[in-house]
Write a protein that binds this ligand. Structure first.
Ligand SMILES: [Ca+2]
Ligand SMILES: [Ca+2]
Length: 254
């Protein structure tokens, strides 16, 4: 690892050399290192939890400046449907999803992200349709049945529902990033819970649902400030004549 003084000197030299050769100062860009886990054990069901590991930042030269964690959850199945059994029309709303919480064991800066792939639908429903197919249910002394389809129903399907959340830690903001640096691994944990609701202004209805299964992806991005390769080449090219001149002077003195 270069000292801060050495790094500052290198960057200053880079700018000076660029000015000397008549070019604008080279852009100092952010270099990124990504680690991704796309858990092959999925799809998961709600209530499931688990752990995964991603490597620490391990650059021998440049200091870690920021850590960004992005978690994306995608539901791959699931539905939730309300079917009116009332004699009057009205409205109904159904929603369905899964809450995914991701935390790290990093002691100085635990990261928590909450991802909610969720669908909600609210719409008018007609009065109960006559002659619906489906299993008959005894309810308050009446025999009712529902086909969970048609104008007297509202249905949401969560296949493809996605959400992503990002958390960033930055040295410039005073965050301690020391626990993120090293040659080891950082362990992450995830947990999940079901979200399912029904509401309506009609007095009677039936519901049927299948909880969603989901996959998730976690990306940990480490960023540092490092001269872009083109600038380093420019620096090398500018330094070469200097080195040649020094060698010639040495040769002349010899
Ligand atoms: Ca019905
Ligand atoms: Ca129906």
């Amino acid at each position: 690892m270069l000292s801060a003084t050495t790094k500052a000197a290198l960057l200053a030299l880079l700018v000076c050399v660029c000015l000397a050769v008549g070019r604008a100062p080279a852009t100092v860009i952010i270099y990124t290192y990504d680690s991704t886990v796309d858990d092959p054990r999925g799809p998961f069901s709600f209530g499931e939890s688990g752990s995964f590991s991603l490597p620490q930042y391990n650059d021998p030269v440049w200091d870690l400046e920021t850590v960004t964690v992005t978690v994306t959850g995608v539901a791959v199945s699931g539905y939730n449907v309300f079917d009116s059994e009332s004699d009057v029309p009205g409205w109904a709303e159904v929603s369905l999803g899964v809450d995914i919480t991701v935390t790290s064991d990093t002691p100085s800066a635990p990261v928590v992200t909450l991802v909610i792939p969720r669908e909600t639908k609210r719409q008018d429903v007609a009065a109960d349709e006559a002659g619906e197919a489906g299993t008959e249910v005894l309810f308050l002394g009446h025999t009712v049945n529902a086909d969970f389809a048609g104008a007297d129903s509202v249905k949401v399907e969560t296949d493809g529902a996605a959400d992503a959340e990002t958390v960033m830690l930055a040295k410039a903001a005073g965050d301690d990033l020391s626990d993120w640096v090293g040659t080891g691994q950082i362990t992450w944990h995830f947990a999940s819970s079901l979200h399912a609701t029904h509401s309506s202004n009609v007095p009677l209805g039936q519901v049927e649902s299948e909880p969603p299964q989901f996959n998730f992806t976690a990306v940990v991005r480490y960023e540092n400030l490092e001269p872009e390769p083109a600038s380093l080449l420019l620096l090398a090219g500018a330094l070469a004549p200097v080195l040649v001149r020094r060698r010639r002077r040495r040769a002349a003195r010899a």
